[in-house]
Structures are given as C-alpha cells and as structure tokens.
Design a protein around this ligand. Structure first.
Ligand SMILES: Cc1ncc(COP(=O)(O)O)c(C=O)c1O
Length: 368
C-alpha cells in the first residue's frame, strides 16, 4: 500500500526514508545483532548516538556552548509545570503572552503556583489576532517572559516579542523548532515536543542557557522535575526514550541533507503561501486569522457550512490526504505543513479543495 500525505498536527508525518531505515534498524541496528528498541541507554553505542544527535542539533541551529541540550522523556506539557517550578522563587511572578490554547494552558499551570501573570490575551478575538504591544501590561521585574511563537491549535503565529534584555525569554517551540531559522542566543529556554518536526511522540527537547539555570534557587524540587538533574546526568539520569532519540538523530541528519533549516524554511513558506492563496482566492473556504499572524505550519480554515466538514475529511481520505479535521476544541479544518510534508502533498490538497468546492457548489445549484 502506498503512503498518503498526512496533515495531522502531531504526531505528524515523518520522512519516508527515516521510516524505512527505522524498519531495518528495528531488527538489527548497526550490525549489533540487536534491535534499536533493545539497546541499553548506558551502552557506548547509545551514548555515541545521543552525543552525535546533540552535536548535529547544535550545528543545525548554532547552539552556543553555554547552552545545555536535554532529551527529556515526556510530553511538552510537562514543561508547562517544570518551568515555573524551577524558575519562580517565592514571591516572584512570570509574564505570559497568551496567543492561543497552548500558551493559555501554560499560564494556567503557572497560576497554580499563583505566580503567572497574563501580559495580554488574544482570547477575546477567538485567538484570531494578537493585541498590539502598546496594550501589553509587562512587569519589569518578571522572572521570565513566556510565549508560544506558533500556536498549533489556532493556527496563529507571533514573532519574537521585543522585551527588556534583562528579562529571560522562554519559548514553547513545539510546532516550529527546526522549521524556521532562529537565533538561539535570543532565548534563555526553548523547548519542543518531538512529535512535529523532530521524532515520534514521547520526547521533549530543551535548550537552556547555563546562566539561566544558575538562577534556580530551589533546593527541594522533585528530582525528575529539576532541570539540574538532567543537565548533570546529560539526559541519562533515568532511562530516556531511546527510540525517540534514535529517530531524532536520524531527523537531524535528514534536515542537514535537505540543505538545513534555511532551505526547509524557504519551502515551508512556499507551501503555506500556496495553500493560503487557494483559500483567499475562493469564496468557499475562509481563514479567520489576521494575515500578519497566520501560521506557516498549521493552516486553519473553514467551509461555509460546518456540516460539510465530515464530508470534506472523508473525501480527502479517499485521495490519501489524511487527518484534515481541526482540533476538537476549535473545530473547522486544519492542514499541518511541517518539514516532512512535501510541496507535492500541498498541491494534491489544493487540487482536492478546488474540486470539492466545485462539486459542492454544483450540487447546491441543482438542489435549488
Ligand atoms: C505549541 C504546543 N505546545 C504544547 C503542546 C503539548 O504537547 P504534548 O501533547 O506533548 O504535551 C502542543 C501539542 O500539540 C503544541 O502544539
């Protein structure tokens, strides 16, 4: 059976070449006579793999030597709790820019410690825009400033905010890390769940500035939730998700072979531009996100009548265009266009969308 194009927001499509290599390595990895699934995390083989993965990631996005790279088991949401637990001392607060559902959830976790402040929220607009920076209420004493450049559920993007250099900047890059160029030095902590552009679900990457780690004052954090544990043990304090690390290492190689992050970003821009053009030129499909904030990686759109959504998704499936339903919280339709989605997949989707529009209109005319 040939594979189709998988537009899910995550776990997302992986390059076919990686899946084929993994298929082979699941039986016998590097002629060890063992599966990659069986390799111990304390073996020289695995340590080499992890260290090579880190070296490759560092070179892909120029991570300076004063940053630690962690490969943590668990979901990105775990970081919503770990960040305030580690970086908020008694009496301190952190600023949160709320541009969509994920940053809202992160704020709610910080609020459990009674130390999260909302700088501004786009919720009143239904997360279709971000209020202008002149209306933000920033705290000049904030322990850190937290934001989510790409909001996966809402399909909204916000570029790096301009804030005081005195305040550490923390970013949830779960759905954009490695899909666009960044300057790591602009951030004090970056994290990303692996399930979009890095590997299979269950791994979260953390890139963290050493000087920021040194500001942690707590002495009684639960061991597994203390960033210092994982730094000290080079991500090997507990058993890491070994297969995810293997796949991430392969993905970093794949990205390099594609020409690196800049080359993929150029293609990502073209893919999103083609799809938004299809939506904007039609009077059938609509995208409610204000143009300057539209995500390159999650294109959210609607058909004129929500009852057509199921038909759209089912018919798309017949053309091997999978997982186009929107997130259950916001509904609508969504096409996620991460690094592994080729232009060919986007063109097939556009072709289907135009055909679906035409047929639906024709049927509506006949019924009149
Ligand atoms: C931007 C962003 N942050 C956080 C998460 C939560 O990830 P997880 O399900 O791994 O906790 C997601 C999931 O899609 C996401 O897109």
């Amino acid at each position: 059976m040939t594979r189709g194009f998988h537009f899910a927001a995550g776990p997302a499509m992986l390059p076919e070449s990686l899946l084929k290599e993994a298929q082979k390595d699941i039986l016998n990895w590097q002629q060890t006579g063992m599966s990659i699934l069986e390799i111990g995390h304390r073996t020289a083989h695995f340590r080499d793999l992890l260290s090579q993965a880190e070296t490759n990631l560092r070179s892909l996005i120029n991570i300076p030597s004063n940053y630690h790279v962690l490969f943590l088991a668990g979901s990105a949401r775990m970081l919503f709790s770990m960040i305030p637990m580690n970086f908020l001392a008694k009496g301190e607060t952190a600023d949160y820019l709320v541009t969509g559902i994920w940053s809202l959830m992160a704020l709610e976790e910080a609020r459990k410690l009674k130390q999260g402040r909302c700088v501004v929220s786009g919720e009143n607009s239904g997360f279709t825009t971000v209020p202008p920076q002149s209306s933000w209420k920033c705290n000049p004493e904030a322990a850190y400033f937290y934001y989510t450049p790409n909001e996966t559920v809402n399909g909204i993007y916000y570029p790096k905010p301009v804030i005081s250099d005195q305040i550490p900047l923390v970013a949830d890059m779960t759905s954009c890390l490695l899909a666009e160029p960044i300057c790591v030095e602009d951030y004090d902590l970056i994290f990303a769940g692996a399930q979009k552009n890095i590997a299979n679900a269950g791994l979260t990457l953390v890139i963290i500035r050493d000087e920021f780690v040194k500001t942690i004052q707590h002495t009684n954090l639960p061991t597994m939730f203390d960033f210092r544990t994982h730094i000290e043990h080079h991500s090997l304090y507990a058993t890491p998700p070994t297969f995810n690390c293997y796949l991430a290492a392969k993905m970093f190689d794949w990205i390099r072979q594609q020409g690196g992050v800049d080359a993929l970003y150029a293609i990502n821009q073209q893919k999103a531009a083609a799809l938004y053009q299809c939506i904007d030129e039609s009077s059938f499909y609509t995208c409610s996100i204000e143009k300057p904030y539209r995500s390159l990686f999650n294109v959210c759109f609607k058909v004129p009548d929500a009852s057509l959504e199921t038909l759209f998704v089912e018919e798309a499936k017949k053309r091997k265009l999978y997982a186009l339903q929107g997130h259950r919280v916001v509904g609508g339709l969504r096409a996620s266009l991460y690094n592994a989605m080729p232009m060919k997949g986007v063109l097939s989707l556009i072709d289907f969308m135009q055909d679906f529009e035409q047929r639906t209109r024709l049927q509506a005319t006949r019924l009149r």
